[in-house]
Design a binder for this molecule. Structure first.
Ligand code: AMP
Length: 411
């Protein structure tokens, strides 16, 4: 026998019985985005590799080791998108969106790709949903964007969610603090994990995220960026906190919060969920006031987040039953098939869900199938040309003409 194929490591299939909850999430997101004026944007699944190198940052795990990069037939280096913000900023610049009224408010969802070690909640192809407000430096934008994700998780009923909030300050103001942090790390470099030690000079902040116990001990005594914000950054942070309170979004300040992408400035945030294991972050994001300029656009402040669709569904961990069908049409013989096809097609055009037998089942088998798909009504075209309609809930049965069915079963 030929070998059977399996989905590649770190990927998964979404089967029909798992898709109802996913659809509920997408519907909730569409409504929440729509109500706040965030409009959908779709970018390609792959981009020039240089976009991510420049946008996400060469010192990040994503760019250093997690990208699916390949050469096209013309020798160009392309990469399956590991995240959505750099591509959206590329589109903002490419389509001159800075000439539109600001901020430009965008929402997206789709597949992303990272060559990570697969485990529960961590995949190599996963789906994210996200929002970006590009072109506003106001703390109001921070609060609006954060509220979108808070509302979505609340609307979906995700249990055990906590919002962690921090600030990275602006790039210039952060520079002095980074020197202080580096010298702290250098002074105790023998206690650090190799990975952190190697990146003292290029990405010292990541040490806060390490799960190595030696590094954690060093970081327990490390200076915090929140104590070193300059006046403007500290004011921005204060306003964000105040306005989040006004919007009734609860949060805890996390002075050690950092994120895995280089482009963040000022506000950063992370929604974590106690129902998830090691991969406890459901979604997060922050300001990236320097990114658009870094990608060749005008100096443009912006803020956004991304949430893992699979993580949200894992946290919910409940299957939603697929809805039943409005009508199942059973046929007593081949002569009735044309009538059944015609009626099914007409009723579907009227928006009803209608199924019929496609597997050559006996009448008994067809009635059983109607039960299995929880059909609310069953129409039987008998061999003798008559037809009867049965309501599955009441078990009432009546002789009908096909033309009457629509009015009789329309919900
Ligand atoms: P990031 O783009 O790294 O800020 O991640 C945003 C969110 O995407 C995370 O909070 C996760 O919910 C989700 N996510 C990131 N990487 C993965 C992955 N490898 N598998 C599943 N979800 C992921």
């Amino acid at each position: 026998m030929a070998d059977k194929f399996k989905a590649p490591r770190g990927t998964f299939d979404v089967l029909p019985e798992q898709s109802a909850q996913r659809r509920r999430l997408m519907r909730a997101a569409r409504e929440i985005f729509g109500r706040a004026g965030y409009r959908n944007i779709v970018t390609p699944s792959f981009e020039d590799t240089a976009l991510f190198e420049r946008g996400v940052g060469k010192s990040t795990d994503i760019v250093r080791k997690e990208m699916f990069t390949f050469e096209d037939k013309g020798g160009r280096s392309l990469t399956l998108r590991p995240e959505g913000t750099a591509p959206i900023c590329r589109a903002y610049v490419e389509h001159g969106m800075h000439t539109l009224p600001q901020p430009v408010k965008l929402a997206y969802s789709g597949p992303f790709f990272r060559h990570e070690r697969p485990q529960a909640g961590r995949y190599r192809q996963f789906n994210q949903i996200g929002a970006e407000a590009i072109g506003s430096a106001s703390p109001l934008a921070d609060v609006e964007v954060i509220s979108l994700l808070s509302d979505l998780l609340e609307e979906m009923g995700v249990p055990g969610v906590e919002l962690h909030l921090g600030s990275l300050g602006s790039i210039e103001a952060r520079a002095a603090y980074l020197e202080e942090l580096k010298s702290h790390l250098r002074s105790r470099s023998d206690e650090l994990s190799e990975d952190v030690r190697e990146r003292i000079e290029i990405n010292p902040l990541r040490a806060f995220d390490s799960d190595d116990s030696g590094t954690q001990a060093v970081m327990a005594d490390a200076p915090h960026l929140l104590d070193h914000l300059d006046t403007a950054d500290a004011e921005h942070f204060e306003e964000v906190k105040e306005l989040l309170g006004a919007a009734s979004v609860e949060f805890t300040i996390d002075p050690t919060l950092v994120r895995g992408l280089d482009y963040y400035t000022r506000t950063i945030f992370s929604f974590v969920c106690s129902e998830l294991g090691a991969q406890s972050e459901i979604g997060g994001g922050g300001r990236y006031d320097g990114l658009i300029k870094q990608l060749g656009g005008p100096d443009t402040p912006a803020i956004g987040w991304a949430a893992g669709i699979e993580r949200i569904l894992l946290a919910l961990d409940e299957e939603v039953e697929l809805p039943g069908t409005d009508l199942f049409i059973a046929v007593g013989g081949k002569e009735q098939q044309a009538k059944a096809v015609a009626l099914a097609s007409e009723l579907r055009h009227h928006g009803l869900s209608v199924e019929m037998d496609l597997a050559g089942r006996s009448m008994k088998g067809q009635l059983k199938q109607a039960d299995r798909i929880r059909s609310a009504n069953i129409l039987v075209f008998e061999e003798d040309g008559t037809s009867s309609l049965r309501n599955s809930a009441t078990n009432e049965r009546q002789q009908v003409e096909p033309a009457q069915v629509l009015d009789l079963i329309r919900p």
